[in-house]
Design a protein around this ligand. Structure first.
Ligand code: BES
Ligand code: ZN
Ligand code: ZN
Length: 502
């Protein structure tokens, strides 16, 4: 999709399939182009009893407007109550407009936004609109054979009437396209079933994609993992016939500091010997969503050319039962020497993360963020609206909260008080991998904390990584949650690099 910027006078020189406008509840449209056109549109809104509730759409075909405007149709999108309108509203409306292209049949449009609406920040508002337009085009139809059943997105060109700001808006378009491509890569990796997206497949995709953008990739295989003592990672992979791959990506953008990202990459989580019930087990192909976010993030950061060094680590393996699978009660020595009693083989994410949290120490990272579909308990606590945020550094958590507000990839902090350490005390080893019945999202983090001696934050995305229904720019299936958030974090680090020390 081509997104262009321009002024109202430039519109008159071209013809477009549609003019898109936003109207608000109980308010007439403010003047656009001419009094005659404004009156015409307000007349339509009134006669059609269009309430302008948020997301409602009305289309006027072949409007009788002056010849100097060349539109085949006018698309009016309800913006709801004007005093509630914000950047997220623009993101949602962007997706309504791009999805509406096939439904209402337009492939080019002019998007006229009153940039003074409700004091919305013009730069972030514009970015939100671009994100929504692009995110709304996502389709995953690789395995649908009949062409007629594929719902192609038709919107090929959008002309946005630009806000007046002292900022390079074309740079926003350029960088946002890069980030959304990465969100789509993450969504594709998530949506692919586990018989295709095996650890080997994903590590091959990582190698190919990273090579294009100058990211170094090291793939640690089973033998090397054994030599390195990654026994927790290997303990999870033991029941599977698929080769595990521990993938390390290094992007050197500048300076001498390293920032670490770690993503849980369980390509399918059966639970292992602590087998999961079969209802909804198919969703466990999404258990590599953290890995997908890290892969998408580091590729976007490299394409944008951020001047920071990032190491992305994604341990990839299946969690299967079988004759050689790890059994409840087994005790395994982690890479850093900590003995873990594996009481429940379904609490496997924290085991592979533990070895990654250990491995990343060789980079002496300024901070590390891990992202993982870690616990059902987090979904119980927060539903599908926010990722759980836990960690040992207030400054890092506050950076994540700010990025979360900007991107609307929401996070919500849960406590990580030392009292929780009691919950995972083992009678037979240094620590056990599960707590008791309550506080499951927190005890998982208390476990991870044992392997960390640097500034660290953990994002539990079990409730946000995939969606059961289409919601504006969030599709059913893999959401790519985390890519926009983590890119924003690294952008803010680049801006304030010298000031990250708490
Ligand atoms: N992959 C699951 C967590 C999960 C649950 C992700 C629902 C997405 C949706 C994780 O490996 C797991 O099974 N966790 C267990 C931990 C328990 C055994 C302590 C859980 O949450 O039930
Ligand atoms: Zn599990
Ligand atoms: Zn899992």
């Amino acid at each position: 999709m081509e997104i262009r910027l321009g002024t109202i006078s430039e519109i008159r020189k071209e013809s477009f399939d549609a003019l898109v406008l936003i109207s608000f509840e109980g308010k007439p449209i403010r003047k656009i182009f001419s009094d005659a056109l404004t009156k015409f549109i307000n007349g339509v809104i009134e006669s059609e009893k269009f309430k302008s509730s948020f997301g409602e759409v009305i289309v006027v075909h072949r409007p009788s407007i002056p010849k100097k405007f060349n539109f085949n149709k006018i698309v009016i999108v309800g913006g709801g109550k004007e005093n509630k309108f914000d950047v997220e509203s623009l993101r949602k409306i962007g997706s309504i407009v791009s999805k509406g292209a096939s439904k209402y049949n337009y492939s080019s449009c002019v998007f006229l936004v009153d940039w003074n609406v409700n004091k919305v920040d013009k730069i972030y508002g514009f970015k939100g609109l671009v994100e929504g337009l692009l995110l709304g085009t996502y389709k995953f139809d690789k395995f649908i054979s009949k062409k007629e059943e594929k719902n192609e997105n038709k919107l090929s060109s959008v002309f946005v009437v630009k806000p007046v700001v002292k900022y390079d808006l074309n740079k926003i378009i350029h960088n946002t396209k890069i980030v959304i491509d990465s969100v789509f890569l993450a969504r594709d990796l998530q949506n692919l079933p586990s018989n295709i997206a095996t650890p080997s497949y994903i590590s091959d995709v990582v190698k190919a994609e990273c090579e294009k953008v100058g990211i170094r990739v090291k793939v640690i295989d089973k033998n090397e993992a054994r030599e390195l003592g990654m026994n927790l990672f290997l303990a999870v992979s033991k029941g599977s016939n698929e080769e595990p791959k521990f993938v390390v990506m290094e992007y050197e953008g500048g300076g001498d500091k390293w920032y670490g990202l770690i993503g849980k990459g369980i390509t399918f989580d059966t639970g292992g010997i602590s087998l999961k019930p079969s209802d909804k087990m198919e969703d466990m192909k999404f258990d590599m969503s953290g890995a997908a976010s890290v892969i998408g993030t580091i590729i976007a950061v490299a394409k944008i050319g951020l001047k920071v060094n990032v190491v992305g680590i994604v341990p990839l393996t299946e969690n299967m039962p079988g004759g050689s699978a790890t059994k409840p009660g087994d005790i395994v020595r982690g890479m850093g020497g900590i003995f873990v009693e594996i009481v429940n083989t379904d609490a496997e994410g924290r085991l592979i993360l533990a070895d990654a949290l250990e491995y990343v120490k060789r980079y002496k990272p300024e901070f590390v963020i891990d992202i993982a579909t870690l616990t059902g308990a987090c979904v119980v606590a927060l539903g599908n609206e926010a990722a759980g945020l836990l960690g040992n550094d207030d400054n890092l958590k506050s950076i994540l909260k700010k990025s979360s507000q900007r991107t609307f990839e929401r996070v919500w902090e849960l406590p990580l008080w030392e009292e929780y350490d009691e919950y995972i005390k083992s009678d037979f080893a240094d620590v056990k991998n599960v707590g008791n019945r309550y506080g499951g999202a927190i005890t998982a983090s208390a476990f991870l904390k044992k392997f960390v001696d640097y500034k660290w934050a953990h994002l539990d995305i079990a409730g946000t990584a995939y969606s059961e229904k289409d919601k504006y720019y969030i599709p059913k299936g893999g959401t790519g949650f985390g890519v926009r958030l983590l890119v924003d974090v690294l952008e803010s680090i680049e801006k304030h690099e010298s000031s990250f020390n708490s």
